[in-house]
Design a protein around this ligand. Structure first.
Ligand SMILES: [Ca+2]
Length: 282
């Protein structure tokens, strides 16, 4: 048996032990308690299927789409899920919700340099700073979730009123195919705000997400204004991706606080850390 196209079927407790099912489709199917042990499930589409209590022991699942699937209680290893193409919105075996990989490099500033970001303007206008100089930032509890900002964060440092940096994400063929096939949305998360040791200096971080086509034409661009506060983890779904998008550009802008007096400017800029852009199934 090879390629199967099954949509909306019920195969509960059936066995596909050791089968070659590469490129098969099981969209919105009921596959609870299925035996997929030792199966070759590369590039299989399990979108919105119910896979609870199924076993994937020793199965190959690279490139598979588990978006919005229910994997509660399933026997599948985290390595297998990380090897899959998408686990966006899936209910994972431990009941947590799946999300896709961060497509940005060094979004968490943990290289403690601006490596992988392109600085617009003078190269030294944005830097990665060390938290330890301002006190440890090992773990921060926000909205009942733990965040680990780590050693470093980004901020601006020059005498200018604003500075910005960006990354361009080239979407691979698989992502481009997915975008044409499904409604998907870029999702930006980040730890943005005023520096923890400043208060009310009006420094600001904004970010711009731009969708670009293969001809380098801008399809859509939008400026996001995360609310500024001392400690704020921000997350927001961006406009759904257009079918012909091939690249996403994300730009982070740091703006200096308002003028303190006629001659003196505030030297404080906003900070950003844990910047994350993933593409999720809606
Ligand atoms: Ca960090």
């Amino acid at each position: 048996m090879s390629f199967l196209y099954l949509s909306g079927v019920d195969l509960s407790n059936a066995s596909f032990h050791g089968r070659y099912l590469v490129n098969s489709t099981f969209i919105e199917s009921t596959l609870t308690g299925m035996n997929f042990q030792h199966s070759d499930l590369r590039d299989v589409d399990f979108y919105k299927s119910s896979l609870s209590f199924s076993s994937f022991a020793n199965a190959r699942a690279s490139g598979s789409d588990f978006s919005k699937a229910n994997l509660f209680g399933a026997n599948i290893k985290i390595d297998q899920l990380l090897d899959a193409f998408s686990m966006s919105g899936a209910v994972l075996p431990n009941k947590t919700k799946g999300r896709n990989e961060n497509l940005l490099g060094n979004g968490d500033a943990e290289k403690c340099t601006t490596q992988q970001w392109i600085i617009n303007g003078h190269w030294s206008s944005i830097r990665a700073y060390n938290y330890s100089k301002r006190g440890e930032q090992n773990s921060i509890m926000i909205n009942d979730r733990n965040f680990y900002p780590g050693k470093c964060y980004f901020s601006a440092n020059n005498n200018i009123t604003e500075a910005s940096m960006h990354q361009i994400i080239q979407l691979n063929d698989k992502y481009q195919q997915w975008i044409r096939q499904r409604r998907v949305i870029p999702y930006v998360r980040g730890y943005f705000g005023e520096l923890p040791y400043n208060s009310g200096q009006n420094e600001q971080v904004t970010f711009i997400v731009t969708q670009i086509d293969s001809q380098n034409q801008t399809l859509h661009s939008f400026i996001h204004h995360p609310p500024m506060s001392k400690l704020r983890y921000y997350e927001e779904a961006v406009k759904p991706l257009l079918a012909n998008v091939t690249k996403i550009r994300i730009e982070i802008q740091f703006k200096r606080g308002t003028k303190k007096s006629q001659i003196e400017y505030s030297t404080n800029y906003g900070f950003a850390d844990l910047i994350d852009l993933s593409i999720e199934s809606v």
